[in-house]
Write a protein that binds this ligand. Structure first.
Ligand SMILES: Nc1ncnc2c1ncn2[C@@H]1O[C@H](COP(=O)(O)OP(=O)(O)OP(=O)(O)O)[C@@H](O)[C@H]1O
Length: 402
């Protein structure tokens, strides 16, 4: 297990980690996520004793790594660094065998345990077929797997991985993280710095979000990877949904909203409306939505990507305040697009709007809507920077440049 207690690190007088406390027990697979420069690599280097903390304490299986010998740390912690260049031309099998060094006395030769550990590590990382080749001849991704094999051969209770999937193809990304997960399940402690948030959420049982050298959040992936936290750490808006296959969080970073952007209000519900919202977002339109029933496909999509959404409980009359909130959004929009079934107050709002469109391909568009392609819609809305907008809008209080 790893215990970090109020750890602070300064590198060249620059504070890089500040008051970091983390407990990673046996059998846990923790992902370290966060923007470039957040301190993930430094945190891993603190766990393996390469970097000494200027404050606090780091213990691995109860040992203070800062005061332990490199050989003792080598029996406790194996690391796969971000850069996997090996200084000399070695055969792959020799590189992997280097992982056994902390287990051997200075003048001891390899024994059966060493050979078994090396063979197993080569197998598990799908590198056995390179065993006799020089490490220099391998591709970046192949070399990365060899360095993982070296760490596995080390047979330590703790495994630290710095961007273990960075240069791997999708097959080996999944295999590597599944292997790390398997090792954790078998009782090892695994910590990996990972940029791919979806993979982190899929394979790790815990995520620690680092920002500016501090832990912003630490917990199960679905609790940590929220749009608010991600925006605060990475400075980018994201849509956080659920991966339909794995059921784990799926994060989509969204482009910055340019000033003067078109704004469209979507009325309707169901998958038709959800798809329309997606199409408009793809076109760079700022979308508002509602009234949509809670739990409907359109409300789920809208919550993930729309600028504002008005929801109401399903199967009951829509309350007046909900209708009024949606009417305000319609007023602020350049146009209304209807998609999917539109009835009750939504139909009233759609009919009252001076510009009501349906996108080409929508099923059963109402007769009062102009059917247009995505491109025709944008053309109809006109130049967003022009004073001659197609439709006067109520003041939206936003930072629009008109
Ligand atoms: N030797 C050093 N001297 C001074 N500052 C350093 C040193 N090494 C790293 N830093 C700084 O410490 C901060 C954290 O770096 P670190 O490599 O830990 O970040 P990271 O989260 O792993 O980033 P990335 O995602 O880009 O790999 C950065 O601002 C970096 O510039």
């Amino acid at each position: 297990m790893i215990e970090l207690d109020s750890v602070g690190v300064e590198l060249g007088e620059t504070p890089v980690l500040e008051d970091v406390s983390l407990d990673v027990p046996e059998g846990a697979f923790l992902a370290l996520v966060g923007p470039n420069g957040a301190g993930k690599t430094t945190l891993l280097r603190t766990c393996n004793g390469i970097v000494s903390p200027t404050a606090g304490r780091v213990r691995v299986d109860g040992h203070d790594v800062t005061s332990s010998s490199p050989r003792d740390v080598g029996r406790l912690v194996a690391t796969v660094p971000q850069t996997t260049r090996v200084a000399f031309e070695f055969d792959v099998a020799d590189v992997v065998a280097m992982g056994r060094t902390p287990h051997r006395g200075r003048f001891e030769t390899t024994d059966a345990d060493d050979r078994t550990a090396v063979e197993s590590a080569l197998e598990r990382t799908d590198t056995a077929r390179f065993a006799d080749r020089s490490i220099d001849e391998l591709s970046g991704g192949e070399r990365q797997r060899v360095v993982l094999a070296r760490a596995l051969a080390q047979e330590t209770p703790v495994l630290l991985l710095d961007e273990p999937t960075a240069s791997l193809d999708i097959n080996h990304q999944v295999r590597t993280l599944a292997l790390a997960r398997e090792l954790a399940t078998a009782g090892r402690t695994v910590v990996a710095a990972i940029h791919d948030l979806d993979l982190a959420a899929r394979f790790c049982d815990r995520v620690a979000l680092l920002s500016d050298g501090s832990v912003l959040a630490d917990g199960p992936p679905e609790a940590v990877l929220t749009a608010e936290r991600l925006e605060s750490a990475f400075g980018v808006r994201t849509a956080v949904g659920t991966n339909p296959v794995t059921g784990t969080p799926a994060v989509t970073p969204l482009a910055d909203e340019p000033p003067g952007r078109h704004r469209v209000h979507v009325l309707g519900r169901g998958t038709d409306a959800a798809r329309t919202i997606g199409r408009l977002i793809e076109r760079g339109v700022a979308v508002t939505v509602g009234v949509v029933p809670e739990g409907d496909a359109a409300s789920v999509t809208a919550r993930a990507v729309a600028r504002e959404v008005v929801v109401a409980p399903p199967f009951e009359p829509v309350a007046d305040d909900r209708v009024a909130a949606a009417a305000t959004l319609v007023d602020r929009a350049d146009a209304v697009v209807v998609a999917g079934p539109v009835g009750g107050p939504n139909e009233r709002l759609a009919r009252e709007s001076t510009q009501t469109f349906a996108l080409h391909g929508a099923s059963d568009p109402p007769e009062y809507a102009n059917i247009v392609t995505d491109a025709e819609l944008l053309e109809a809305l006109g130049d967003p920077f022009s004073a001659e907008r197609t439709r006067p809008r109520a003041d939206d209080g936003g930072a629009r440049s008109e």
